[in-house]
Design a protein around this ligand. Structure first.
Ligand SMILES: [Zn+2]
Length: 300
């Protein structure tokens, strides 16, 4: 099985990138598997809402819960916490449904025309657990975005302070850099969110070449195709719901995201609200924490 993991701090455009890739007829986009299990909200497809989902059936959702449990035990044992107890649980529940990639494999097995699953869960441990599964060929896309835009988006959504968000985001970016540095270079591609949005065709062609796919023009109109996701940024999900004439009333049940905005015009649009929203003083606070990291990624 071929898997591609999109890695980045949250709010870097990973849902957009996943939807762009997912519009390719040979690709299945799978997003945010471990995160929504932790919220306590009903687990369900954000695109289909209360209707039946062709991807996330009840039996696959049950598999997601089991698989996330196995993943959590692996993380705990890796951190050296309660190893004996974890081992005992793992032995008791040893079953192919609990193995890494069980969810990806089940989804792909029902779709013989697909050749690649794109996972935008953005969780490095989750990526590593699944990428090590036997028979899996993994690629990694490090999606970079100006960290000031990422921090600005967090502040806008959650109202928290620059320092708290900047520390978190810069640390995720640094961990991602270290993670991909340890992968074979031919398995890693760096993509800038801004480049994708400003020159989508060029960068979709680059992505396809890297992933061993032929470029498909549907990627440029990604919002016209269903986006069956359990979590992630609601903007691109709402775009595809709007394009298919769905209302958004049932969304609240499945997500604790606060924004239910609809984009005026669907498609690639550069979001640089941070340039007007962040005050000069806030930007200099950011610079102390994340300026250097941001410059190493090419942002001045
Ligand atoms: Zn669905």
């Amino acid at each position: 099985m071929k898997l591609a993991f999109v890695l980045c701090p949250g709010h870097s455009g990973s849902t957009l990138l996943g939807n762009v890739l997912g519009a390719h007829p040979k690709v299945q986009h799978i997003e945010e598997i471990p995160a929504p299990v932790r919220t306590g909200l009903p687990l369900g497809c954000l695109y289909c809402g209360d209707s039946t989902c062709p991807i996330w059936s009840e039996s696959i959702l049950e598999l997601v819960r089991l698989n996330c449990g196995a993943f959590k035990r692996w993380c705990l044992s890796n951190k050296g916490w309660g190893i004996e107890r974890v081992r005992a649980l793992a032995m008791r529940k040893r079953d192919e449904t609990l193995a890494p990639c069980a969810v990806h494999a089940r989804i792909m097995a029902g779709r013989p025309n697909l050749t690649l699953a794109v996972d935008t869960s953005k969780d490095l441990e989750w990526a590593e657990w699944n990428a090590r599964a036997p028979g899996v060929e993994s690629k990694f896309i490090w999606l970079q975005r100006d960290l000031r835009a990422v921090v600005g988006s967090y502040i806008r959504k959650y109202g928290t302070s620059m320092n708290v968000q900047a520390e978190k985001i810069v640390s995720t970016a640094a961990r991602t850099r270290e993670y991909v540095a340890n992968k074979p270079s031919q398995d890693v591609m760096v993509l800038h969110y801004e480049d994708l949005v400003l020159a989508p065709k060029t960068h979709c062609e680059r992505l396809c070449a890297f992933l061993g796919l032929e470029f498909d023009v549907r990627m440029l109109a990604y919002y016209l195709y269903p986006s069956h996701l359990l979590g992630g940024n609601l903007g691109p999900i709402i775009e595809s719901r709007t394009a298919s004439g769905k209302s958004h009333e049932d969304l609240q049940k499945y997500t604790n995201a606060r924004e239910y905005h609809t984009h005026g015009v669907p498609g690639f649009q550069l979001d640089e609200r941070w340039k007007t929203e962040l005050a000069t003083a806030t930007l200099s606070e950011f610079d102390k924490i994340g300026g250097e990291m941001n410059r190493t990624m090419g942002y001045r």
